[in-house]
Design a protein around this ligand. Structure first.
Ligand code: GLN
Length: 546
């Protein structure tokens, strides 16, 4: 660790899961940035998977990918969107990863004959993760996944207790996020579950310094007093985290309740002027007074759980904010389009997006949606799997190659999309085998891409060289380029060696672009991604013409 004054804020959750610890952590960071501090955010996930890469989106929501190619928890997306700080492989860890490191060391004989135990070997590895790979940060915010009391979470609580012991309490703050349920028959917010949750934390030797209490309504003074007294927390550090209608309001709402002031007070930092949150105020102003609304269909397979498309959802909103519009997203289960005409679902939307995905289920429906967008001149964006499907759609329906498909699930097809076994990474060859491990072996992270002069992509980005984040195992085969061209589709973005197609478009269509990467991962409310800005602008311009 290079800055001896770096302060650590640990965020734990109590009472129930899904309280929004990620958003809360990101919002604390945003308010501290508003006071001029440099922040870094980290996530510690107690589950046993090495990373969420092999989990179904229904288990864990979207898998977020960093520039350096880590598959991480979706909270890292919140962190990046709120702080603008690019996360790295050193900012996300799981119990699986921690144990893997411990066992590797044991096999290498690094423990010199010791018996390997949860305390101290596993806890030391967790502490190591928290304290390493830092530069000159003022604050490091570490969110502990799960809920206090979970068996899996215990080594993490022990590790953060030890960090406070090692560094001293003046460099560490414990923030506990809880829920005050409202009981209508009593007409009251209830504090008891929070009291129990804090007792549990205290059993582990952790005394929270701040309670961030999710509540539907302002917390009456008496209840705050009660929480403060019974939980041993200063009254002004019992902060109401009230429900808000838009997530970008959270930093403003928490700051208004005194959250960042409480952090400053805890660390003895002078609190002479309030945080500058003007950039958040500007975003909220636009959100509150849109000049119009666009309706966008997202045709995917995990539409029952919107967390599965978290970054996409936010990136679409960012594109709308940049155009001073609001967006109404129509989530459509692609399987529906396999039984009923696509028009029944798509005739009332201004644009269609087919997002990333894996496996065969629902693919025919995605192809129907793409066909509808192509034939009806509806602005269309395909992402990753959506790009592969867009190419297959042109091959089948325009070029007449009926058995065009991907070898991901059809080994006997015309392999327009096939398994990537070799590619270039920073001048080195990456090699994969058909029967290799599934975890962490895709083409992951940021790769450069060169854009064709005069293409829509080049106009959208305003440059010819870009870098975007990837997460895929299959790739459109370049040998079909000529056939695609004959079908009205061009490849407008390629890897610098020209071997991998990255972007396709249809020049005759008002706005049709499909990309092999995930632009949604880099979009931020105050730096919306150019593809989403341009898509929504095309929709607005299109509807003005109608
Ligand atoms: N399943 C496809 C592949 O592995 C697309 C992946 C994705 O959409 N992220 O290439």
């Amino acid at each position: 660790m290079t800055n001896p004054n770096t302060k650590f804020i640990f965020i734990t959750g109590g009472v129930v899961s899904s309280l929004g610890k990620g958003l809360a952590s990101a919002s604390i960071a945003a308010t501290l940035q508003g006071r001029g501090f440099k922040v870094r955010l980290r996530k510690l996930d107690p589950y046993l998977n090495v990373d969420p890469g092999t989990m179904s989106p229904y288990q864990h929501g979207e898998v977020f990918v960093t520039d350096d190619g880590t598959e991480a928890d979706l909270d890292l997306g919140h962190y990046e969107r709120f702080s603008g700080v690019a996360a790295t492989k050193n900012d996300s860890v799981t119990t699986g990863k921690i144990y893997q490191r411990v066992i590797d060391k044991e096999r290498h004989g690094e423990y010199l004959g010791a018996t390997i135990q949860v305390v101290p070997h596993v806890t030391n590895e967790i502490k190591n993760f928290i304290l390493s790979n830092l530069t000159d940060e003022d604050f490091v915010l570490c969110e502990i996944g799960g809920t206090v009391g979970d068996i899996e979470g215990q080594p993490y609580l022990e590790a953060i207790r030890q960090v406070a012991y090692d560094l001293g309490r003046d460099r560490v703050m414990f923030v506990h996020l809880t829920l005050l349920p409202f009981i209508p028959t009593a007409g009251e917010l209830k504090t008891k579950p929070t009291q129990h949750s804090v007792k549990k934390l205290q059993e582990y030797g952790i005394q929270p310094d701040m309670l961030l209490c999710r509540a539907q309504m302002p917390i009456p003074k008496n209840e705050k007093k009660k929480l403060a007294l019974f939980c041993n927390v200063r009254e002004e550090n019992v902060i109401a985290a009230l429900d808000v209608s838009n997530i970008y309001q959270v930093p403003l709402a928490y700051s208004k309740e005194g959250m960042d002031r409480a952090v400053c007070r805890h660390f003895g930092i002078p609190d002479d002027k309030p945080a500058d949150l003007s950039k958040w105020e500007k975003i909220i102003e636009v959100i509150k007074k849109p000049e119009g609304e666009v309706k966008i269909a997202v045709v995917g397979k995990y539409t029952k759980l919107l967390e599965a498309y978290k970054s996409l959802h936010e990136a679409i909103k960012h594109g709308a904010i940049a155009n001073h519009y609001q967006v109404n997203i129509k989530w459509i289960d692609s399987e529906k389009l396999e039984h009923e005409p696509a028009g029944d679902y798509l005739n009332d939307v201004n644009a269609i997006i087919v997002p990333g995905g894996f496996g065969q289920r629902g693919t025919q429906g995605k192809i129907e949606a793409i066909k509808y967008a192509r034939e009806h001149n509806i602005p269309f964006l395909g992402i990753c799997f959506g790009m592969q499907m867009a190419v297959i759609e042109t091959m089948r329906n325009v070029c007449g190659i009926k058995n065009a498909n991907t070898t991901e699930f059809d080994p006997d097809c015309e392999p327009v999309v096939g398994l990537m076994t070799e590619w270039d990474k920073d001048g080195n060859k990456e090699v994969r085998h058909k029967d290799g491990d599934l975890g962490g072996t895709m083409r992951l992270g940021a790769y450069p891409c060169h854009l064709k002069t005069g293409s829509l992509a080049q106009k959208v980005y305003g440059t010819e060289n870009i870098s975007e984040r990837h997460r895929h195992r299959y790739e459109v085969n370049m040998k079909y380029e000529d056939t695609l061209n004959k079908g009205g589709m061009i490849i407008s973005g390629k890897s610098p060696d020209g071997k991998l197609p990255e972007i396709v478009e249809r020049p005759e269509h008002p706005w049709f672009m499909a990309v092999q990467f995930h632009p949604e991962l880099k979009s931020k409310p105050f730096a919306p991604h150019p593809i989403f800005i341009s898509l929504i602008k095309a929709v607005i311009d299109n509807s003005r013409l109608m």
